[in-house]
Design a protein around this ligand. Structure first.
Ligand SMILES: Cc1ncc(COP(=O)(O)O)c(C=O)c1O
Length: 387
């Protein structure tokens, strides 16, 4: 067993009973998440309202842990409810009334982004959807060509959720900045498995939930905004916790907090902040570069097994073009008796945890706690099911 699996497997109980390969959907729960929740209920039970003195500082503490994953300081990150709301917060800072009103994104983005920005057409946004030729990835040149002087913002997915293809965001950021547009990175499928340094890349905005590769459970998401943009942003979606002095309860309008707290809107998701701590700590200690090295070895093994067993991999093979999961269609080359969906259902029944994203196949997402033997065994099981 490799060093990372040896060190961390014991902290993730589900690995004892399942070949858990779905960390791009819901990361395995660290045993300590349960302890954190017990701590939370104990505080609530014994301290009552006084527990807020421990709960409010958690926002900055956990923002700092998330920041470490993406190369940001704690003060440039804050808690948001989810990526959709984070995008709406950003959208509500922008003025779409002028000529610069274009929002450029690809059709491979997670649907929530598309829905949100289409909805924002009610407020003047003009959506420009960049087509993909193969449904797997988007030619970066096509994205770059679509970004022009009328572009206000480019929401971009770092890794595409169906195929696991890694998008070249550096070129997109450079082009956007050269014409005065902003870029917002959806890092959901990348944070925790693909290294990113927001400062080196001069990222404007980045957001991600912690439930997937970051193993923090559902409910909490974080947003980074480049420091020089923070004061310029005055979200129209605003709430009492975004005020400089929230406990002065001053009416009628907000007096924005300095920095990232202006994005806090209102009541915070305390239990989810607690559950996010253990894995963020582990992964911050380990470093995403180390996790990525291991991830590339495991995803390479999936490609090798696909070739050996005659399965089609609907994920780009080059290391610099793939994220943490490989989407495998066992029926992509030869049709077996079972459909791809039936194969996925049977895998799950046998405790090989994956998911199916039609029409591309079964997503296999090994993480730092998985072993190469597990990768081999899931591929072997798939082979048996197609025999
Ligand atoms: C790429 C990507 N973006 C966004 C989301 C979810 O966004 P939200 O936080 O709004 O639920 C997901 C999956 O749940 C995703 O895979």
């Amino acid at each position: 067993m490799d060093e990372l699996a040896q060190k961390y497997r014991k902290h993730f109980p589900i690995l004892d009973t399942s070949c858990y390969m779905i960390s791009n959907s819901l990361g395995a729960m660290p045993a300590d998440a349960e302890k954190e929740l017990m701590h939370y209920t104990h505080e609530w039970k014994t301290e009552g309202v006084e527990a807020w003195h421990s709960w409010f500082p958690l926002v900055d503490r956990v923002s700092g842990l998330f920041g470490k994953i993406i190369g940001a300081e704690a003060e440039d990150v804050t808690l948001i409810h989810n990526l959709t709301i984070g995008s709406a917060l950003v959208a509500s800072c922008l003025d779409f009334s002028g000529k610069r009103n274009k929002v450029v994104f690809t059709e491979l983005h997670f649907p929530t982004i598309s829905y949100l920005w289409h909805g924002w057409q009610n407020y003047g946004a003009k959506v420009h959807l960049v087509k993909s030729d193969d449904g797997i990835t988007t030619d970066v040149q096509k994205i770059i060509d679509a970004i022009d002087e009328e572009t206000l913002i480019v929401p971009i997915s770092h890794v595409y959720f169906r195929s696991g293809a890694l998008q070249d965001i550096k070129l997109v950021i450079e082009k956007a900045h050269s014409v005065g547009a902003l870029v917002m990175i959806d890092s959901y499928q990348a944070a925790g498995v693909v290294p990113i340094d927001v400062k080196a890349l001069n990222v404007d905005i980045l957001a991600s939930g912690v439930l997937k590769w970051l193993c923090g459970g559902p409910g909490a998401a974080f947003m980074y905004v480049r420091r020089d943009l923070q004061e310029r942003f005055r979200p129209a979606i605003r709430g009492w916790l975004g005020d400089k002095e929230p406990f002065d309860f001053i009416m009628p309008d907000v007096n924005f907090a300095q920095g990232m707290h202006r994005f806090l809107t209102s009541s915070i998701q305390v239990p989810c902040l607690y559950t996010a701590i253990p894995a963020l700590k582990m992964m911050g200690e380990t470093g995403i570069e180390t996790i990525r090295k291991k991830s590339l070895l495991m995803t390479q093994r999936i490609f090798d097994k696909c070739d050996e067993y005659g399965f089609k991999a609907n994920t780009p093979r080059e290391a610099h073009r793939r994220g943490g999961h490989v989407t495998v269609d066992p029926n992509g080359i030869r049709q077996s008796k079972l459909s791809t969906k039936e194969i996925n259902d049977e895998l799950i029944r046998r405790r090989f945890t994956t998911d199916y994203r039609p029409p591309f196949g079964i997503r296999i997402a090994p993480h730092f706690y998985n072993t190469m033997d597990e990768v081999d065994s899931i591929m072997e099981e798939m082979k048996k099911l197609t025999a």
